[in-house]
Design a protein around this ligand. Structure first.
Ligand code: ADE
Length: 225
């Protein structure tokens, strides 16, 4: 898979995308992640990427020209399955959306900033709009990092143990079961006996019960779906 991220603030993205699992997935060739600095697609001395909005009002808007030129250059190099704009008024990001995106070949993520992007970018270029939740961030960079993280860990070769993703919270619309590690007893608190039995069937049944119990307690809304 290939993910191209278009941003006016590339530095925000370098560190989150170059650690741990995301780093390993890039090194193993599971994913290519390229960050594109919008300022490289400007033609003025100040490398202007934003401007005030027509009609007045507070907040700057990302200009159309650098965005169109950057996306043009990417599309000349290859075909993209989705051009995604990160925005608080987009469709809410979910685990099933992460799974869908992990099956794509090439995607572009556009990070908005300030007031957002010129509407013509959304009309002419964008195929999907994603929000990571009902709150407003200063820009789409952290939201894009969230999407990349959730998608890349699902790619074959990203996790050491590929069955790990299958027992995740939200897989099957259920939260994950509680997990324990050594020691078997700590400060008087014991690991549930069943986990120490080595009886895989009993352990699986216990985990499934726990997942349902947890979901009922913490996220009953998931059971309605
Ligand atoms: N940009 C600013 N806020 C955002 C959000 N909640 N989701 C996606 N992109 C954003």
């Amino acid at each position: 898979m290939r993910i191209d991220i278009v941003t006016g603030l590339p530095d925000i993205l370098t560190s989150p995308l170059n650690e741990s699992i995301i780093k390993r997935a890039q090194e193993s060739g599971s994913v290519i992640i390229e960050i594109h600095n919008l300022r490289e697609y400007t033609h003025d001395r100040h490398q202007t990427i934003d401007d005030t909005q027509y009609g007045g009002g507070a907040g700057m808007v990302l200009k159309p020209e650098p965005l169109f030129e950057c996306i043009d250059a990417l599309q000349q190099a290859r075909k993209y399955d989705e051009i995604i704009y990160m925005t608080p008024d987009g469709e809410r990001f979910t685990q099933s959306m992460a799974t869908e995106l992990s099956l794509k070949q090439n995607i572009i993520l556009i990070c908005g900033h300030y007031k957002g992007v010129d509407e013509r970018v959304r009309e002419a270029l964008v195929t999907k709009e994603i929000s990571i939740g009902d709150y407003v961030l200063t820009g789409g960079e952290l939201a894009a990092a969230v999407v990349v993280d959730a998608v890349v860990r699902l790619l074959p070769g990203a996790l050491h143990d590929s069955t790990s993703a299958m027992s995740d919270t939200f897989q099957d619309n259920l939260l994950g079961a509680p997990v324990y590690t050594r020691p078997p007893e700590y400060r008087g608190m014991k690991v549930p006996d069943v986990l120490l039995t080595g009886n895989h069937k009993a352990i699986e049944e216990w985990r499934q019960e726990q997942r349902i119990k947890r979901t009922k307690e913490k996220r009953p809304d998931l059971l309605d779906d």
